[in-house]
Design a protein. Sequence first.
Length: 372
Amino acid sequence: MTAFSPTTCPRLIVKVGSSLLVTPSGDVRRDWLATLAADIAARTKAGQQIAVVSSGAIALGARRLKLPKGGRASLEDAQAAAATGQIALSQIWAELLGAEGLTAAQMLVTLDDLEDRRRYLNASATLGRLLSLGVVPVINENDSVATEEIRFGDNDRLAARIAQAAAAQGVILLSDVAGLFEANPLTHPDACLIERVERIDARIEAMASGDSASGMGSGGMASKIAAARIATGAGVTLAIASGHVDHPLAAFDTSGRGTVFIAERSATARKAWLAGGLTAKGEISVDAGAIAALKSGKSLLAAGATIVTGTFMRGDLVAITAPDGRVVARGLSEYDAADAASLCGKRSEDHAAILGHEPRGALVHRNHMALL
Ligand code: GLU
């Protein structure tokens, strides 16, 4: 057993499903949410950084607009419902977190924001800054503009992508089920809860499949497994736990009841993702001091860079090379090639004057870099 706990890791993403936030008649489960906000506050005070991925916009908006089928009869309905519900949803979170002395910040993202590497860096930097300021980002998909083709469609996968972007170590999906069961607990009351999944194989997929006689019979579990695949592949541990209890984070911590999907070795997973089938668009040569800094887990600062070659844009993959030409790391460049070249060897305090605008913190941030 690993000592890792998704609820005590330094950075955690908590996802709350629509059915936990909103009752079937469309009312907000405010009392329950207040207990979750209290859990978040307790952990934040203990030093954990938490971002929330909150569903519920469509469900809330549909009720206000009196739309049929929970607002999901058409894409236009869902978008109108999301736009109406999101403003209420943010208000609820701001109020409940505010009552705990916390500041909430809203981020609405589309699939493109997290898939396109340049925008990914922007979203990642914003998340990082908010978390380091002690703010609780409350994130949802930007449903009112995302068309069907570019939607995540479910916040389980969104939460996994956000974890990757925020360099979080854990995700907890609070759900109306307690986790992944060997067989559908509705038809097999004695079915065992799977507590720990080391590898998502065909057996695990079958348990989540709607077609399986032994499955949960809900698309809900299939999207959670898809999220677990994204998360664990990116070095993030993901847990599914029940949100049908007050203080759900504390309850999960005490009881441990839920399913935990263990992250693949983070270094390998991150490296694989950074490689991502892409070839490096350029090279940044660095000095021996920079290599030592990278090895101790630091970002690549311009002061340690010597030569920039190739044509690349912000967000492109670059190789970081030693004086002898050996590739020591790969990562996403925070600058295009021309700006990176102009900053080479320059101290951070001179960057703003050279660029003519606010500089980024590094040439390649450690969160977006894999040492080879
Ligand atoms: N983004 C949707 C909403 O806020 C929820 C997506 C989901 O059900 O996971 O209503």
